[in-house]
Design a protein around this ligand. Sequence first.
Ligand code: HEC
Length: 107
Amino acid sequence: MKTVSALIATAIISLNSLPTLAAEPWGNADPKAGKQNHDKACVACHVRLYGGDGSKMYTRDGRLLSTQLDVLQRVATCNSQVKAGWFPDEEAEVAAYLNQQYYHFKD
Ligand code: HEC
């Protein structure tokens, strides 16, 4: 009986953690995959503008974004502007990466 209640407890815990995952607009997209695409298609131009590793674009005073959804939408806009040709799941990965690394928005 102990095992059964342990199983039930585990099931309840994993059910409870689902809404937390779904709350992020990029779901459980992999930030590591996002970094690769980001470094390939996006960094050079930001470096030209801000020097260093270009990350000042995301941390500067008066930056444009203030929510997770902003990050996702901005990545989608930049994707089409620079014709990176990413699919929505790749946009999600890049947004997950930028938020994990630079923006740290909780909602
Ligand atoms: C040709 C140059 C160029 C390329 C390539 C480029 N960007 Fe940008 N990016 C900019 C400029 C310029 C801004 C600032 C826009 C402004 O201030 O209105 C910007 C701003 C941003 C911001 C918002 C920064 C903030 O204020 O918080 C994000 C996020 C971003 N870019 C992501 C990307 C992504 C993702 C890619 C790759 C698909 C990309 N950029 C490619 C020039 C570029």
